[in-house]
Design a protein around this ligand. Structure first.
Ligand SMILES: *Cc1c(COP(=O)(O)O)cnc(C)c1O
Length: 359
């Protein structure tokens, strides 16, 4: 990797003050990694350079036809002061799958991991120290062929940036959701399984509709039968049936239209490790409403890298409004959240070999 250090890198005191501000995406680290690809020459050597604006021709493909993919992952401070990633190989694989779907070049896993490790090592001082805090890492790739012709781009640029993320979990507040029957996130054969900006662009109007209904987030149902629960905003969903040691933890099955979350996948194992039954199921809006009414569904939570686990409280839809629990996070929700965080921060045994030490 070519390295060009930032001559204006923040001094320790300034950086520590920015990290201490918390929040999400307010400040970016001193460096970024850029790696160019062309059909002719393949992947070039990646470069670590000072963080800064890009200069692109206005006719660059990504601005017009949205050929773009991204990932989201985190670096976590460990008790001994070292820094680890969580299942970064899974992000590398998903990034390659997203690339394939968007007709972008698949970046080799080793190259992807090299870029992430190099940036984290260089900007290690930006990784916060407390449990629940982390350095959020955003790899993305854009189509950079210049021209307005509609075709898969023969040039692409991969970029990696990072931003400190504070602990923004508020345990007293469950998320309220609007189940959208007006808009669809993904259909069979579409891009629902790919992590691409286009999915988000198409979802924002529904997010607006949810806000208008007084809800925090939108829940998506399937495009065909318009009844099966898929996911919530940019997070996957989990439902807890029953209580205590007999509880079953269930999540919507991956049908080809859901984004296969790494947190979702990890929780399938964590819940089993904690002694719960786990199931991947087809769950309808009626099952949700009836399960809440009968008391069978006791807890609901959403999960993803950014927020880890967020409790879901009230659900509103064209079919009515119903509330799960008392607005407080459920016992099993919190147990799963804390266990996953403990693995990520190295305070409990990593029995699945998920933690990847960087420095
Ligand atoms: C990224 C993402 C998720 C969560 O995936 P994680 O790997 O757990 O962060 C869920 N749904 C959508 C739509 C996403 O983009």
């Amino acid at each position: 990797m070519k390295i060009t250090l930032n001559p204006h890198a923040k001094d320790n005191a300034t950086r520590n003050a920015l990290v201490a501000e918390g929040g999400f995406g307010k400040h970016y680290t001193d460096h970024m990694v850029v790696c160019e690809w062309s059909e002719k020459d393949g992947w070039a050597e990646p470069e670590l350079i000072p963080y800064g604006p890009l200069s692109l021709d206005p006719a660059t493909a990504v601005f017009h036809y949205g050929q773009e993919i991204f990932e989201g992952m985190k670096a976590y401070r460990q008790p001994d002061g070292s820094i680890s990633l969580f299942r970064p190989e899974a992000n590398a694989k998903r990034f390659a799958n997203s690339a394939k779907r968007l007709a972008l070049p698949e970046m080799p896993e080793a190259l992807f991991l090299e870029t992430v490790e190099t940036l984290v090592k260089q900007d290690a001082g930006w990784v916060p120290n407390k449990v629940g805090e982390s350095l959020y890492i955003r790899p993305f790739m854009i189509a950079t062929e210049v021209g307005l012709g509609v075709r898969p781009s023969n040039k692409a640029t991969y970029i990696l940036i990072a931003t400190p993320a504070g602990a923004y979990f508020d345990p007293s507040k469950a998320v309220s959701v609007w189940i959208s029957t007006e808009y669809v996130r993904a259909a069979q054969g579409g891009t629902g399984e790919a992590k691409c900006g286009g999915n988000y662009a198409a979802s924002l109007v529904a997010q607006k509709a949810a806000a208008k209904e007084g809800c925090d987030q939108v829940v998506w149902i399937d495009a065909k039968e318009r009844k099966w629960i898929e996911e919530m905003g940019g997070m996957n969903l989990y439902f807890v049936k029953g209580k205590g040691a007999d509880a079953t933890v269930i999540t919507p099955m991956l049908t080809g239209t859901l984004l296969p979350g790494i947190t979702r996948d990890s929780i399938l194992s964590v819940a089993k490790d904690l002694g719960y039954k786990v199931e991947e199921v087809m769950l309808s809006v009626d099952d949700w409403r009836d399960g809440v009414a009968s008391g069978e569904i006791t807890e609901i939570f959403a999960c993803g890298t950014a927020a880890v686990v967020s409790p879901v409280g009230s659900a509103k839809s064209a079919m009515g409004t119903w509330v799960t629990g008392d607005g407080q996070p459920g016992v099993i929700t919190m147990q799963i959240r804390n266990h996953l965080l403990a693995i990520q921060h190295g305070t409990t045994a990593d029995t699945h070999n998920w933690v990847h030490k960087v420095c």
